[in-house]
Design a protein around this ligand. Structure first.
Ligand SMILES: O=C(O)CCC(=O)C(=O)O
Ligand SMILES: [Fe+2]
Length: 383
């Protein structure tokens, strides 16, 4: 019952000016610490972060670190008299912080299990990271990273502050990615609720699709999606004949709450009203994936009205592929707490999960969730 209210109050807590700023690449460069550049590259062992101090005419020093995925390395200018312990305390809210090096007014801070979001978009996993630690009267006020893809004009924003509010990205007509929409408390409640439903009768099973086992576990709430007939029905006729579990009202209310928050944020109605009657729950292990497909088994009336499918992600990050057709695919990273919505003219978007990234479950979910959990809310029938 509490959930939609928590959500509804969110925009009020985050006045407009506090929504993340998205800087064009030139400005991002301008706020980088002077004489310092970073290159970041995802390698098989994690993020390969290169740091080089620049002199006007040449790169005069070059160092490389392998930064494992559960760590982040920050650098920023701090006053020399500021004690390392004080910096660690300030950075402590982003993860377990340790000052590893101080040199020429810069500090290098290593974070264990950081609340950091590394963004890599558009199918490329390389990028340039420009990292700034702001200081104010000898206090590290807020650390944030601003980054953009090397050589591409697409700018992106790297969130490190756990208190940062959601960021809405309109990816194409009818496709919206809201990063960081769900608070950690909300994520914990939902994961607990859904994993406990999935562990009981009529819960998770490994579906077969066109003769093959799918690389995920699933169960439905509200109406059951039958993998053989490709229809929604009230019992799991393709599996164990059990009646499908009811759709908890907090889930449908949450989806509606998010859609109305989105309208409020954008100042216009983005998607037609949805009255969800179904939630498909997918659970992926680190080796899980989901092939490209369209969600086209909802009723003709629902699809042609453009009533959206709203997906919420929890636990491990995943690379999500989407596009009008299989030939022009784009990708985005879906992280814990993100919401992805497609409807209107993009209702029949091709989409799938290319990869689940192991060891990316946020710290506070680790006890209750392994791998990745995804909920998709849908309206299969229209009255
Ligand atoms: O796991 C996801 O993010 C996508 C799930 C999906 O596409 C589906 O259940 O139809
Ligand atoms: Fe789907």
């Amino acid at each position: 019952m509490l959930l939609p209210m928590q959500l509804a109050s969110k925009p009020k807590n985050y006045p407009e000016h506090q929504w993340p700023l998205i800087l064009p690449p030139q400005q991002a460069r301008a706020v980088a610490p002077p004489q310092m550049g970073f290159g970041g590259k995802f390698g098989p062992r994690g993020l390969l972060l290169s740091c080089f101090l620049l002199r006007p005419e040449r790169v005069n020093r070059y160092r490389r670190w392998q930064v494992p995925r559960h760590q982040a390395l920050f650098v920023g200018g701090v006053p020399p008299e500021m004690a390392s312990q004080e910096i660690e305390e300030h950075m402590g809210k982003y993860g377990e912080a340790r000052v590893v090096k101080r040199c020429r007014g810069y500090v290098y801070v290593r974070l264990e299990d950081p609340e950091v979001r590394w963004h890599a978009t558009a199918g490329s996993s390389t990028g340039l990271f420009l990292i700034e630690v702001k200081t104010n009267e000898h206090h590290v006020r807020r650390a944030h990273a601003i980054c953009h893809l090397c050589g591409l004009s697409r700018q992106w924003y790297c969130k490190v502050d756990p208190e940062y509010p959601p960021r809405v990205r309109l990816l194409m007509d009818g496709v919206v990615h809201i990063e960081n929409m769900l608070s950690m408390e909300l994520q914990m409640n939902l994961v607990q609720q859904v994993m406990s439903l999935g562990g009981g009768s009529a819960g998770f099973y490994t579906p077969r699709f066109e003769g093959r086992e799918m690389k995920l576990q699933t169960f439905c709430l509200g109406r059951h999606w039958d993998t053989r007939s490709h229809e929604y029905c009230d019992a799991r006729l393709d599996h164990d004949n059990l009646p499908v579990l009811a759709l908890p009202s907090n889930l449908s209310e949450l989806a509606q709450g998010i859609l109305s928050d989105l309208d409020q944020k954008c100042g216009e109605v983005i998607f037609p009203k949805m009255e969800p009657d179904t939630c498909i729950v997918n659970h992926y292990s680190a080796s899980g994936s989901l092939g490209l497909h369209q969600d086209s088994d909802e009723s003709e009336a629902s699809i042609s009205a453009g009533i959206p499918v709203l997906s919420m992600s929890f636990g491990c990050s995943a690379r999500f592929l989407f596009g009008d057709d299989g030939n022009s695919l784009r990708s985005t990273m879906l992280r814990s707490g993100d919401v992805f919505i497609f409807g209107n003219s993009a209702r029949l978007l091709q989409h799938g999960i290319a990869k689940v990234f192991p060891r990316t479950v946020p710290k506070r979910l680790k006890e209750i969730l392994k791998g990745r959990l995804n909920l998709t809310l849908r309206q299969t029938e229209v009255d």
